[in-house]
Write a protein that binds this ligand. Structure first.
Ligand code: C5P
Ligand code: C5P
Ligand code: ZN
Length: 473
């Protein structure tokens, strides 16, 4: 079982102040971001508000820019709760607050813009890393705990917070760390979450065994990864029943002994193929299971759950993802699964496109411009997948462009923890390079994004290249 994360009293005090302000409101407009972390943030906050008897409505925004904040102000709620965004747009929000439009309460983990407000709950203000130790859903969860009544217990919401953290890729491979460990601890205590050391491949609940191995991209094993026939022949050589009732079995269908057999064979194969020892260790990691969810479903594994949520929110169906987070296992779940099939197809086609077209390499960055071939809401996910694939050089960040509108380009940048240790901070690169060409951006050190005017792409690339060079030199 995970130990509780370090206690952070100041963060809890700030959460208390935010909760106090929310309780004083007649009604609250809850605004959140359209990805897995944003959806789980909204679900946690919405559940906590409902349990506290606070009337509220939920809206989602793709990007919280001036126009979106103005739209929120026009709704005439006197209290607006922003989750998983808000910090990066604090300057805009503070102007509305000063104009008396609404009182903002913010539970976010992005780099704050240069302004502040009273009810601002962000791990970065308290020495906690917002890219690896607490996500938007984590901040929202801290708020939810502060909203508990005397007999309340919102610890059951910790499971969703873990889905959000993993959706934002805060699980580095050694499991969740820092304040996130505290959430894991709560989830385990509340009986909703189970952790174990397990094969660390995506799709343990739902993928047939050959697909589990074939699609594994983080640790590439020659002759197995990316190789359908190879994966099947590798499995066939093991002393394992591979099928049950004519269907391929999945990882969840194996018993402990069968799992050990598979892991050790996989490791032997990796060693024999010359995969470096530190990469081989990455084959095993911590799994987080939501124990109340049905076995063999996307919802039981937090990582698969987060993909399911992205498949809704990134396609303008955040309502579907939110309903699933809030417990709908009928219509909303069926709809989410259908959206997931479409999302998978788009990711696979997008990654294939990048592999075929290749990237352009500058001095310190590499980039590709997908135009309208990859949807702007998922180009960041594709860029992240590209960083893990042989298509790109892992020693440089990847910057991806996609068409947002006739006049604007969406930019998504992805790096690695190794590059961050060398000084890379993509949130600064995205903010400065975009602002230099009349756009805006931000995010985290390891993953960030921006919007820029279409004609400014090459000027943006030149500035970003120079900034990355300065950071990592
Ligand atoms: O807006 P937000 O914080 O939710 O998005 C974070 C993004 O950063 C996610 O798309 C996530 O996939 C990406 N990320 C990443 N690698 C990390 C941390 C985050 O690609 N190590
Ligand atoms: O959209 P994408 O997944 O690339 O975003 C990566 C990170 O950058 C997210 O945390 C997102 O909130 C942030 N971002 C931002 N400003 C933008 C675009 C993205 O702060 N204009
Ligand atoms: Zn987030």
């Amino acid at each position: 079982m995970a130990a509780a994360g370090p206690p952070v009293p100041d963060l809890a005090d700030r959460a208390d102040a935010c909760a106090e302000r929310l309780r004083a409101a007649d009604r609250v407009l809850l605004a959140s971001h359209i990805d897995a972390d944003g959806l789980t943030s909204a679900a946690i906050a919405s559940a906590a508000l409902a349990r506290a008897g606070i009337d509220h409505e939920v809206v989602f925004e793709k990007q919280l820019d001036g126009e979106a904040v103005a739209g929120i102000a026009a709704r005439e709620y006197d209290t607006v709760l922003f989750t998983d965004f808000g910090s990066g747009q604090l300057d805009i929000i503070a102007d509305h607050e000063a104009a008396g439009d609404f009182t903002p309460v913010i539970a976010d983990h992005h780099q704050p813009a240069d302004a502040d407000t009273e009810f601002h709950l962000n791990p970065l203000l308290f020495g906690i890393n917002g890219a690896s130790e607490l996500s938007g859903a984590g901040a929202s969860y801290v708020l939810a705990r502060a909203l508990e009544g005397p007999d309340g217990d919102n610890r059951d919401l910790a499971g969703l917070a873990v889905v959000g953290a993993v959706g934002d890729m805060q699980d580095s491979g050694d499991g969740l760390v820092g304040a996130n460990e505290g959430l894991v601890h709560d989830g385990v205590e509340a009986g909703v979450l189970e952790t174990r050391t397990d094969l660390d491949l995506y799709g343990r609940q739902t993928r047939p065994l050959p697909k589990l191995l074939e699609y594994a991209s983080d640790v590439r094993i020659p002759g197995v990864s990316n190789d359908q026939a190879g994966a099947i022949s590798f499995l066939s050589e093991l002393d394992l029943d591979l099928k049950s009732g004519g269907d391929w079995r999945r990882w969840v269908d194996l018993n402990d002994e069968e799992r050990r057999t598979l892991v050790s064979a996989l490791m032997q194969r990796a060693v024999a193929s010359g995969v470096p020892a530190d990469r081989i260790n990455e084959l095993v990691g911590t799994s987080y299971t939501l124990v109340d969810e049905e076995r063999g479903t996307e919802l039981r594994d937090v990582s698969e759950f987060s993909t399911l949520l992205n498949a809704t929110a990134r396609y303008e169906r955040a309502d579907v993802g939110l309903a699933v987070c809030l417990g709908d296992r009928d219509e909303a779940l069926a709809e989410a699964r259908s959206l997931l099939r479409n999302h998978r197809r788009n990711l696979s086609e997008g990654l294939q496109w990048v592999k075929t077209e290749g990237v352009t390499t500058e001095e310190h960055i590499q980039w590709f411009d997908a135009g309208s071939r990859i949807r702007e809401t998922i180009v960041g996910i594709v860029a992240g997948m590209a960083v893990g694939s042989p298509a790109v050089d892992r020693s440089m960040p990847v910057i991806a462009f996609a068409e947002k509108s006739a006049t604007e380009l969406k930019v998504s940048a992805r790096g690695s923890h190794t590059l961050v240790r060398q000084g890379l901070d993509l949130s600064v690169v995205m903010r400065e390079a975009s602002q230099a060409v009349g756009g805006d951006g931000g995010g985290h050190d390891v993953a960030a994004g921006a919007t820029i005017p279409t004609g400014e792409r090459d000027a943006f690339i030149a500035t970003a290249d120079a900034l990355v060079g300065e950071q990592t030199s």
